[in-house]
Design a protein around this ligand. Sequence first.
Ligand code: MG
Ligand code: MG
Length: 247
Amino acid sequence: MRRSAAELDKMRKAGRIVAEIKATTREAVRDGVTTAEIDKVAREVIERRGAKSNFLNYHGFPAVICTSPNSMIVHGIPGKHRLKEGDIISIDCGAIWQGYHGDSAFTVGVGKISKEAQHLIEVTSRSLQAGIAMMEEGNHLHEVGRAVQRVVEAAGMAVVREYVGHGIGTAMHEPPNVPNYWPGSPGPKMKSGNVFAVEPMVNIGGAETRLLEDGWSVVTADGSLSAHFEDTIAITDNGPEVFTADE
Ligand code: MG
Ligand code: MG
């Protein structure tokens, strides 16, 4: 799907709201806070900006963000879980502005974290940046995942295969999929006006995942730490434009 300039403007605005959710939830992460309290902070931003949540009620999801601590990869449900010093927490968030979606995620430490955890966060963030650097008109979509995978595997870590990025626009999840690895084919050519959510999920240990009994929470099969970074990015004539950048 190629979005018009007017559509891209709405997605840019949705992205700025999502960036504000990221900044405020990051600020809320501290020893002793519950994941439900972080969700509340995100709800307040969405309400204040007159936006809508794209996470709430998505296939029955009960919150406006996903909170996935430590070995949880994605889709954790905010609740009574209390963060503690040394944890890492992945926060996935989104918003809808005038019918157009933004989607973004980051992982952050709670207070002082291990060198290993810090390295995981840095590698995952860097892998997303390497993917974004490939997002030029005329490049093939799967070059994005190949670039992500190179960074991750050079660090001796693993890219999750079961969950991938996606097109985004008037729905949060639109075709095509954006794998975070080379799937064996180059995929479609990216065109100006395309918008994608790119979202590497990286495990310190193996790539395998496990779904918990709540039907949402996805964890690493081997219990190793996992990180997740995501941005919503448009292909433009001047290169990639990150709508959800917050710093
Ligand atoms: Mg997301
Ligand atoms: Mg996404």
